[in-house]
Design a protein around this ligand. Structure first.
Ligand code: PMP
Length: 353
């Protein structure tokens, strides 16, 4: 081993869901939105002045920040933007989690939290969810260096009522509490309205799911001005130009189209309801979903077998070979047509016609 190899930062990276290269795939494995971007975004793409590409983008990302602030009735100094919520949350770990006390997050949750904690050398303690995968708010009451959890949780799709979320925030006013609301638009109530009440709350959302823009990479955090300033100070110490000129323009256009947003979100919710009924008939059980995915287990056929069989039929879902959840599949809610093809394949695989 070369000496320099001793000084490499050793990390076990997060493994994102597969992006298959072949065509004709039904892709239900990374919780993307099956519907196109808003027509306002398409118009913005057509109007985009390519001369903008010659110049550095606005380091303050003002058009995007302002559009988000307006949509959520906040002031612009209460909004921070980043390259997907992954970038935003990564910045949050760097900015807020510097205590000697452990950061708390659920044991069954977004597996990236552990990776950021490791890469930034943050101490952490995973709080086990209960036998039905529910987060217990009373687990989040000991001394800690910060708290983060998704609501709805991933990969379980379980939503925690806002009262319980508030209970966690209220009981931890010496720490920053981050509520990762990647999936909140699919039926949950956002904690954004609690920002006025709690200066230790940061709400993180994304364009990747409810706004059909995973490929654009836009995420944002909303919170007290002092939290947002701290995030911007760190951002400007790492990379001033995180948001490129196109994401600023297209992101702002998307945020303004509330009608289209409501229409597509409602379509996904109704397909989810229908999918839950059909999955139940096929012998699956799952917690009630308030996200754009369903976390399902079959009564007799192992999840790993179903996963492989679906893949052979060019249907991709997500499978995690991890303790407690290795008999579950995380199935993204697609269009009705995509889901019908999935059910046909599942009926064949499970022998339930
Ligand atoms: N939080 C949760 C809970 C997620 O499932 C995801 C999607 N992988 C993200 C954050 C990150 O999403 P993005 O970076 O696309 O905004």
């Amino acid at each position: 081993m070369k000496t320099w190899e001793n000084y490499i930062r050793k990390v076990e990276p997060y493994v994102p869901g597969e992006q298959p290269k072949d065509t004709g795939v039904i892709k239900l494995n990374t919780n993307e939105n099956p519907y196109p971007v808003s027509p306002e975004v398409i118009a913005a793409v057509k109007q985009f002045d390519t001369d903008r590409l010659r110049l550095y983008p606005d380091p303050e990302a003002s058009v995007l920040v302002d559009a988000i602030a307006e949509r959520y009735n906040l002031s612009s100094d209460q909004v921070f933007v980043g390259v997907g919520s992954d970038d935003v949350i990564s910045m949050c770990f760097m900015t807020f989690f510097n205590s000697d006390l452990p950061v708390f997050f659920p044991d069954i949750s977004y597996s990236f939290y552990e990776v950021w904690a490791d890469v930034y050398r943050v101490k952490y303690e995973k709080k086990p969810v209960d036998s039905q995968f529910r987060i217990n708010p009373s687990d989040y009451k000991g001394k800690n260096g910060g708290i983060i959890f998704p609501n709805p949780n991933a990969p379980t799709a379980i939503y925690m009522e806002l009262d319980s979320v508030e209970d966690i925030i209220k009981s931890n006013q010496d720490s920053v509490v981050i509520v990762d609301e990647a999936y909140i638009d699919f039926g949950g109530q956002s904690a954004v309205k609690l920002i006025e009440k709690y200066d230790n709350l940061l709400v993180v959302q994304t364009y990747s799911k409810s706004r059909s823009m995973a490929g654009m990479r836009i995420g944002y955090a909303m919170g007290n001005e002092r939290l947002i300033k701290a995030l911007n100070d760190v951002k400007f110490s790492v990379n001033s130009y995180t948001m490129n000129a196109t994401s600023l323009a297209y992101g702002a256009a998307s945020m303004k189209d509330v009608d289209y947003f409501n229409e597509t979100v409602n379509k996904i919710i109704s397909t989810r309801t229908r999918s839950e009924e059909r999955l139940r008939e096929l012998g699956f059980t799952f917690p009630e979903s308030k996200a754009n995915f369903i976390f399902a287990s079959h009564r007799s056929v192992p999840a790993s077998v179903i996963f492989e069989e679906l893949k052979k039929r060019k249907i991709y879902v997500r499978y995690f070979a991890k303790p407690r959840i290795d008999n579950y599949l995380r199935i993204t809610v697609g269009t009705d047509e995509q889901m019908d093809k999935l059910f046909e394949a599942l009926a064949e695989i499970t022998g339930d016609r």
